[in-house]
Design a protein around this ligand. Structure first.
Ligand SMILES: CC(C)(COP(=O)(O)OP(=O)(O)OC[C@H]1O[C@@H](n2cnc3c(N)ncnc32)[C@H](O)[C@@H]1OP(=O)(O)O)[C@@H](O)C(=O)NCCC(=O)NCCS
Length: 253
């Protein structure tokens, strides 16, 4: 699959070293503006330059290993053809079979030690965010994770190129696509044929929260999560029901 523009080229990431270059960009993208969801779902164990370097290396290890075990995962990045810099990247998930044959399953945090409040917090967020997908999409479909473009390269069409890469694969297959998006990502997705079908408020309340839990809520409380859906080929015809929950085997025949 080749998606290019005069300035940029989309490439599939095939080595951990390439992925480490994307991790640098995703961390930079998440800082401007500060993204509380990113903080919860990545290992952040300190704030000195040494901590940052260690945490990025750990993040690279954990996610690269998960990617290698998951045949549905495709990591891609956009290279500036003139300078060789990585401008942005994302993970496309292309599920060619039902990924949830046993219904919704708990999502595990693998980047903080089990039993810690940080792990519990991340799991609480991810379980609520992914519950709708796990209920509604018990069929082949696609999704996008970890979308980020370096602040130096925003509004130059990099995000759109990353989206086009996946659509070129899934459109001939007739797959729907679904994204748990943030208010910042929303405009990119909507410009690529997605529409919001629901907004999600993630609930972190518990009785008698510890100081650590209150700190997590302060640092990592997500804004409303938007559930964005794109029917096959982005065609919003009269056949398209109000949301993916209402799709039957006959809907897109
Ligand atoms: C969201 C993000 C990936 C967009 O990347 P990008 O390369 O700047 O997006 P593009 O230049 O391809 O934009 C394509 C279209 O999306 C829309 N769009 C993108 N960013 C927008 C913004 N900030 N405001 C309004 N519309 C926007 C526009 O319609 C744009 O087309 P146009 O520039 O011709 O008007 C980037 O802002 C980013 O990395 N943000 C921080 C990380 C993040 O929030 N990721 C999303 C997680 S769900």
């Amino acid at each position: 699959m080749t998606v290019t523009s005069p300035q940029f080229e989309v490439k599939v990431i095939t080595t951990k070293e390439e992925y480490a270059r994307l991790v640098e960009v995703l961390w930079a993208a998440s800082a401007r503006p500060y993204n509380p969801v990113f903080t919860a779902v990545h290992p952040i164990n300190g704030h000195t330059p040494e901590d940052r370097a260690r945490d990025k290396a750990l993040d690279t290890d954990i996610r690269w290993n998960a990617h290698e075990k998951n045949p549905s995962s495709h990591l891609i990045y956009v290279i500036d053809k003139e300078t060789g810099r990585v401008a942005g990247g994302c993970e496309w998930l292309i599920f060619r079979q039902n990924p949830f044959p046993n219904g919704p399953q708990p999502v595990k945090c693998t980047w903080y030690p089990e039993g810690t409040e940080r792990a519990e917090y991340a799991e609480m967020m991810l379980n609520q965010a992914f519950f709708a997908r796990q209920c509604w999409f018990q069929r082949p479909h696609a999704g996008v994770n970890a979308m980020g473009v370096h602040p130096d390269y925003r509004r130059k069409g990099v995000g759109r190129l990353l989206m086009e890469w996946g659509h070129e694969i899934i459109d001939p297959l007739g797959y729907e696509s679904f994204i748990e998006g943030s208010p910042i990502g929303r405009w990119l997705y909507e410009s690529c044929g997605y529409r919001r079908v629901m907004g999600l408020h993630v609930d972190f309340d518990k009785p008698n929260p510890s100081d650590e839990w209150l700190r997590l809520i302060h640092e990592c409380k997500p804004p409303g999560i938007l559930l964005l859906w794109r029917p096959p080929r982005g065609e919003w015809t009269e056949k398209v029901p109000p949301g993916p929950w209402a799709v039957t085997e006959e809907t897109f025949k």
